[in-house]
Design a protein around this ligand. Structure first.
Ligand code: FES
Length: 657
């Protein structure tokens, strides 16, 4: 009913959706919007205390779409709105949609910040947008403190209020540990408190008074490193990041060693505890950076390969090391942080994305979520390069995946002067095709080595991308032939036999290093790169064959290595099939991005579940034709396949010409 007491109905248009509804006079704007499916934020449930439901009344003579819209067509300011306007929190044309009621024709603009499910700002080209729809929501509630004669308990009354005011289930569950804090929160807020609810199903936190901040953690749990993105679940923004080495490294560098190490009694539990504590440390570091605390983290999403996933859950990993590599669990799982020993809010849930097959785990599912080959008509080859190379080939019709035994060479391991990407690591290398002289750049130093005094360069070793660049540069300079052999007969002062008799090429002279000896690329290093790239290429080729395609339409490189390598040089040595350099992109840590998406949007979790079930896994070790494809791919760039995008600039002939 309007202030004039009539029950007349009026047309209201909501922008930018452009949706119209005819509603009875006296209907709150927020309810009118809801009728049309336009969801407006409402943290306080319409108590005029959160200010999240702000809308703008557009005023004009004719009005949009022929509507005569003006400020007078809305009910008078409520007391709360007057206070907000006096405090400068509510502009002249603005109203709280939970307070302002329809009293005439209206055109209402719902700003981006007030919309539920608003898109997240793209942070980088190639990053997939996702709507903001987290599993966590906060509700501000006010209930009477218990009085004499009240027979219901605090939780019963709160449950009732959450049902009536916010439409939550009358039988909403409550975490038993969280419940222990309810009485204190109620007393501390004198009946006003903020309730954190997970999936609309369970209350997991009670805070006295009004509390707005909601934080979640997206964790990429790798064999070697852990990365975490701390996200504000209200805005969708990443507010802090943290990373660390996986403490399980002391139980072995790769997956097979971890499986073997987990066998003796007590070891699996020790490994589980180590990684749970490491996730807790990431939460501590990230929250510290924004003046929050680990208890403020109310949900975690973890993506990991199958072995890391099982160890985090304390599941037996023995079966993952033997054919048919069957996991104990492949579907997604929600488990309480306290049950895993992760020191964040004990009642928080940890969501683990589903596993695909064999070693292809939730990290690959997350990478698919982020790179989204399944939503495109284009045939996409997604290559996630880590200690294992994981491949996905597909489009919206079909998805294939495979895991390649690339070995650690592409990460700089098992290379004589290889090292992780850290200060002092050479990351860029250029070899002059005419003089065979070398210049290089180390991580964190923008100047090339030929622009610095030798003693200031401080090189320590070669990171994976540098090893790959060195091979490409030496091929172009005519110092390595197509079989990968260093041309020992060429007159070149940098080409020599090492003390062990193996041929090597000097990248940095001892005076340019801090290790007091020359940094070289050995014949064995070249072989290691050939084997790694051959595994990736042969895997890609077999997936293409299985798909019935000659080439992909685009190649997406994911993983830390994929984001730092020089794409042209990588293609020049045949790391992936040639589909034109313009169609190759590096997307960085796609698995971490996928974890972030799953944290911010529950629909992404269902999408991940479908992807994991949909993708067809190809076991390369037993696939017919893999060995032949592998041998052909050990050549630089390949025994048969052509690479038109690079051969004019990257063949030894081109360099000589
Ligand atoms: S819903 Fe909180 S102020 Fe309107």
């Amino acid at each position: 009913m309007t202030k004039s007491g009539t029950t007349e109905s009026f047309e209201v248009c909501f922008l930018p959706a452009g949706l119209h509804a005819v509603v009875p006079g006296g209907t709150p704007l927020r309810d009118a919007a809801r009728l049309l499916g336009v969801e407006i934020e409402s943290l306080c449930g319409g108590r005029a205390s959160c200010g999240k439901c702000l809308v703008r009344v557009l005023e004009s003579e004719a009005g949009e779409d022929g509507l005569h819209s003006q400020a007078a067509h809305v009910s008078e300011l409520s007391d709360a709105e007057r206070r907000a306007r006096a405090a400068g929190r509510l502009g002249d044309q603005e109203r709280f949609s939970c307070q302002a009621c329809v009293e005439g024709e209206l055109v209402i603009y719902v700003p981006e910040a007030s919309r539920v499910g608003r898109p997240i700002v793209r942070k980088r080209a190639g990053e997939r947008e996702c709507a903001l729809a987290p599993a966590i929501r906060k509700y501000f509630v006010e209930i009477e403190l218990a009085t004499v004669g009240e027979s219901r308990g605090d939780w019963d009354r709160l449950q009732e209020e959450l049902c009536v005011r916010f439409g939550l289930d009358r039988n909403l569950a409550v975490d038993p540990l969280a419940l222990r804090t309810l009485a204190e929160a109620l007393r501390g807020g004198r009946g006003r408190l903020t309730v954190t609810v997970w999936q609309g199903r369970e209350a997991i936190r009670f805070e006295p008074g009004f509390s707005e901040r909601v934080l979640g953690l997206a964790v990429d749990l790798g064999t070697t490193t852990l990365g975490a993105l701390l996200c504000d679940l209200q805005s969708g923004q990443v507010v802090a990041q943290a990373s660390a080495h996986n403490p399980q490294i002391r139980w072995g560098e790769d997956i097979m060693n971890r499986i073997a190490s987990a066998k003796p009694p007590g070891q699996l539990a020790a490994m589980q505890q180590a990684v749970a504590e490491a996730i807790g440390e990431l939460a501590r570091d990230a929250t510290l950076a924004i003046d929050a605390k680990p208890d403020d983290v109310v949900e975690v999403v973890v993506v990991a390969n199958t072995v890391m996933h099982h160890i985090l859950l304390g599941l037996d990993v023995h079966s993952l090391g033997v054919v048919p590599f069957s996991p104990t669990l492949s579907r997604s799982l929600d488990v309480k942080a306290r049950d895993l020993g992760i020191p964040i809010l004990p009642s928080a849930n940890v969501h683990l994305l589903p596993i695909e097959a064999g070693f292809v785990g939730a990290d690959n599912v997350a990478a698919m979520l982020a790179a989204a080959p399944h939503v495109s008509e284009e045939l996409t080859l997604l290559i996630d390069i880590g200690t294992n190379g994981e491949l996905v080939l597909g489009n919206r019709d079909r998805l294939l995946s495979a895991s390649c035994p690339t070995g650690p060479a592409l990460e700089g391991a098992n290379i004589r002067f290889g090292m992780r990407a850290a200060r002092g690591a050479i990351e860029k290398i250029r070899v002059d095709p005419a003089t065979h002289e070398v210049r290089f750049r180390t991580i964190g130093v923008p100047r090339w080595s030929d622009r610095q005094p030798p003693e200031e360069i401080g090189a320590r070793g070669l990171c994976g991308s540098a090893v790959l660049e060195a091979v490409a540069e030496l091929v172009r300079a005519g110092l390595i032939d197509s079989t990968g052999r260093l041309y020992s007969e060429l007159p070149c002062r940098r080409l020599r036999q090492g003390t062990d008799g193996m041929w090597e090429f000097v990248i940095a002279w001892a005076e340019q290093t801090v290790i007091g000896e020359d940094i070289t690329l050995t014949q064995a290093d070249v072989r290691a790169i050939q084997l790694a790239k051959a595994a990736l290429y042969a895997g890609s080729r077999l997936l293409l064959e299985r798909f019935g395609a000659e080439q992909p339409d685009r190649v997406v490189l994911a993983g830390a290595f994929g984001s730092v390598i020089d794409l042209e040089r990588a293609l020049a040595i045949g790391l992936f099939p040639d589909c034109g350099l313009d169609n190759v992109t590096a997307v960085g840590n796609a698995a971490g991005d996928g974890a972030r998406m799953a944290l911010l949007n529950v629909t992404s979790r269902q999408e991940a579940e479908l992807l994991a079930r949909r993708v067809e896994y190809l076991e390369l070790s037993t696939a017919r034709g893999f060995n032949d494809a592998f041998v052909a791919a050990t050549q630089l760039p390949h025994a048969e396949d052509r690479f038109p995008s690079t051969e004019t600039r990257w063949s030894p002939k081109a360099a000589a010409g």
